[in-house]
Design a protein around this ligand. Sequence first.
Ligand SMILES: *[C@@H]1O[C@H](CO)[C@@H](O)[C@H](O)[C@H]1NC(C)=O
Ligand SMILES: *[C@@H]1O[C@H](CO)[C@@H](O)[C@H](O)[C@H]1NC(C)=O
Length: 184
Amino acid sequence: MATILTKTLFSIFLILTPTFSITTDGIFSDQFAATKSKSHKHKMTHLHFYFHDIVSGKKPTAIRIAGPKNAFGTTVMTDDPLTEGLEPSSKVVGRAQGIYALASQHDYGLLMLMNFSFVEGRFNGSALSILGRNRVLDPVREMPVIGGSRIFRFVRGYALARTITYNQKTGDAVVEYNVFVMHP
Ligand SMILES: *[C@@H]1O[C@H](CO)[C@@H](O)[C@H](O)[C@H]1NC(C)=O
Ligand SMILES: *[C@@H]1O[C@H](CO)[C@@H](O)[C@H](O)[C@H]1NC(C)=O
């Protein structure tokens, strides 16, 4: 089974790998005719939840671990609850365990490096890996989902984040997430 899977994946990889030639004419991008592989049965899953980033109070879920405060280089470690509803008391469906860091010198652009691990229903024990830029002042930010575990093995997709509340005094924020993933 594992060998068949490996072989299939390997051949998909071969089909999808274009041959590159080195050019000097400065072409930034190129397109290839798509080659259809036989195994095109993917499920699409949509997840919706709220991310609570609590930096204040006695029990913060996000703490600064390196860099200056609120400037280029600020690095924060999170174990933020992901809830079904907007209220912090609403049912916890997962946790966002990872790091975000202020990676831009020109705007409020964070680098997000997160494991969203879920604890609810059929996704209990499964996780998604998010890696991407999060320009927090934009109304909606898109970040790639670059992989996952258990139910989400071989996953790919994207996450859309939208800030619902941001407390300027405390720095606490609630962010709505809509995540779309394709998986076998
Ligand atoms: C994310 O967390 C889950 C559950 O805690 C774990 O099984 C998985 O290996 C983690 N994934 C990554 C990429 O760290
Ligand atoms: C999720 O899985 C853990 C470990 O298997 C289990 O203890 C827990 O009760 C499960 N939670 C739900 C909501 O099914």
